[in-house]
Design a protein around this ligand. Structure first.
Ligand code: UDP
Length: 315
């Protein structure tokens, strides 16, 4: 297949490039490098089946030749990023999805949207299954991300129903691993880098919120299976190993051997407004339609990620 990956220089996008090249496909990575970096794909330079195009997908996309699949991963998924760039976040979710769907239609390519557990907002149902419609505050600070992805899902389904585009929707839950940005502000890179630098681990409020963290290789496997499946409606991809943020802080301290203290901080209102209190995917559908579930334990995944950040910090 000849596959376009938007956000191809980002954390998840670059791992997908690796995987799809390893599977024998031709891969075009597109990225405007606003939060992605060429460091993530530098090892692919010169690969005969790989091409990188620097482009902002909110503008018209021109690709020469045929395409078999378009994977739209371009986004600003870190709360810190989408709070800093709210309008770009809305644009890439709305206009970027429109442009990439238009491209898929023109090329008669299969389309996969990287959606998010944030479509469930601060959920009133636990764990979250795909038929839950969510609890999102459209006018809160997180609304820019959540609503852009909800719009993106609606637009994807409209292109499917009206234009017959062959579409897939992955609802991606918290994912971590090598190639996350050190300063991306999400909890895993924050805690690991703080621990490795001997700085306090910043646990927001009491650390009682929960998340379940999926390791990148598991997520990539789930996305690839979804791409090759015939499931049009959304599928949750994530881990079910739910823990509190305070437990995560202790786990990072244990695995790094760091003597950093834990510091309970009250961040800005915007950072934690509508911050989901609990989150964990129901994976029944992913098991049923993809035969998929994550395999890498939190401990193993964190060890790989700690190793990566140690190298980045020159330790
Ligand atoms: N969090 C924290 N300390 C940090 C960064 C995040 O306690 O330094 C909390 C945050 O309030 C949230 C959880 O960790 O409840 C996960 O945050 P993250 O930004 O990683 O992703 P989210 O799941 O909110 O999109």
């Amino acid at each position: 297949m000849r596959i376009l990956i938007t956000g191809g220089a980002g954390f998840i996008g670059s791992h997908l490039c690796d995987r799809l090249l390893a599977d024998g496909h031709h891969v075009i990575a597109m990225d405007n490098l606003s939060t992605g970096t060429v460091d993530n794909i530098a090892h692919l330079a010169g690969h005969e089946r790989f091409l990188f195009i620097k482009h902002d997908v909110t503008n018209y996309i021109y690709i020469e030749g045929p395409l078999d699949a378009v994977l739209h991963l371009a986004s600003l998924p870190s709360p810190v990023d989408y709070l800093n760039y709210p309008i770009q976040t809305l644009k890439v979710g709305a206009l970027g999805t429109h442009k990439t769907l238009g491209l898929a239609l023109a090329k008669r390519a299969r389309y996969l949207l990287a959606s998010t557990s944030e479509v469930y907002g601060d959920p009133l149902v636990h764990p979250q299954s795909e038929d839950y419609w969510g609890n999102v505050n459209p006018v809160g600070p997180r609304g820019v991300y959540d609503e852009s992805k909800r719009f993106a899902e609606a637009l994807t389904m409209a292109y499917h129903r009206y234009h017959g585009v062959d579409t897939r929707i992955a609802r991606i839950f918290n994912t971590y691993g090598p190639r996350m940005r050190m300063d991306d502000g999400r909890v895993v890179p924050n805690f690991i880098c703080q621990a490795l630098r001997g700085e306090p681990l910043t646990v927001y409020d009491s650390g009682s919120r929960t998340r379940a963290f999926c390791y990148i290789s598991d997520l990539v496997e789930g996305i690839v299976r979804l791409l090759h499946s015939d499931e049009v409606y959304p599928v949750n991809l994530g881990s079910q190993a739910e823990i509190t943020i305070l437990e995560l802080a202790h786990k990072v301290l244990e695995l790094t051997g760091s003597r950093s203290p834990i510091q309970f901080v009250v961040p800005s209102d915007a950072r934690t407004a509508d911050d989901p209190k609990i989150r964990c995917p129901d994976l029944s559908k992913a098991r049923r339609v993809l035969g998929w579930e994550p395999k890498v334990s939190l401990e193993e995944g964190l060890r790989h990620t700690i190793e990566y950040f140690r190298r980045k910090l020159g330790q």
